[in-house]
Write a protein that binds this ligand. Sequence first.
Ligand SMILES: Cc1ncc(COP(=O)(O)O)c(C=O)c1O
Length: 359
Amino acid sequence: MSRIFNFSAGPSMLPLEVLEQAREELLDWHDSGMSVMEMSHRGKQFSAIAEQLEADFRKLLAVPDNYRILFLQGGATAQFAMIPLNLLAGKDRACYVSTGAWSEKAIKEAKKYCQVNVAASSAEDNFTSIPERGEWRVDADAAYLHYTPNETIHGVEFQEIPDAEGLPLVADMSSNILSREVDVSRYALIYAGTQKNMGPAGVTVVVVREDFLDIADPKVPSVFNYAQQAKNGSMLNTPPTYNWYLVGLVLQWLDSLGGIAAIEQRNIIKADRLYQAIDASALYHNPVQRHCRSRMNVPFILADASLDSEFLSQASANALHALKGHRSVGGMRASIYNAMPEEGVDALIQFMAEFERTH
Ligand SMILES: Cc1ncc(COP(=O)(O)O)c(C=O)c1O
């Protein structure tokens, strides 16, 4: 067996230990005589898996008791609609901060349901920065303030939680959840798809403060209603049981590494090494302002774009995969989520240096 280093933005690399454990338990989970895939979601065995999943997530992210944790479907994309549907509570507007492509998608969807006031945007500098907090114009009458702590495509990450001026703060943490410590109590709601930092695709985690649960428009479909999902343990319909199990294994793996504080240190080391290599080179360039560079998604542009395809094919030949940047940014992008080992980043740096030397 030979495994590659997969720098995909998501679905992305999973820890080898987790895949091995899943393989081990595939046909017969804990002497149950069946696979987790075959279990009833209402049965004793799966209930134990589901309870453990929630408890492990709560522990890892230090989620306070007055928050509910939901495991939903539809990805972060469904949340772009569910958030206004559930949180507007009779108000006609919401406030959004735009720092990249994913903020823009969230804004576009929210506009179907309410007036969107953009408090700040870095569109003018091609989303390579975060607007100074002092320059934001937060609408005090908005139902909530939404932002994207890590922009997966543009490689821009907030290093601090912004002051929401008393508005309920909502965050799309799809690409940096569980990669760093977070004070959950600063938020009304946090959401994230699992396919980058915590498992395969197919599950969306929503962490919502209890007092924001039951304020949805009554016409909101039941499966999209936070309160109803919370009342039903996220099992209003049959959940993707095997994916819940796999996310649970990833959470246990994160815990075994020392929890989020330890993971964050590892992520800082990996990102620092890669940015240092890029900054020291004459061939590679990262367009993002230093204070808001992402630890998770590292875009880099080659000084000579005609070398892009050769870079990619040689990288692939060296077991370094999925480095092509998003078409809106160009160049390359290395996504280095929790499951990317330090050796993967070191192998990339070594390859980049060798490619620069020979070109
Ligand atoms: C920050 C961010 N938000 C939302 C999404 C969309 O997620 P999904 O495809 O799970 O709906 C992504 C996917 O890459 C993302 O990176």
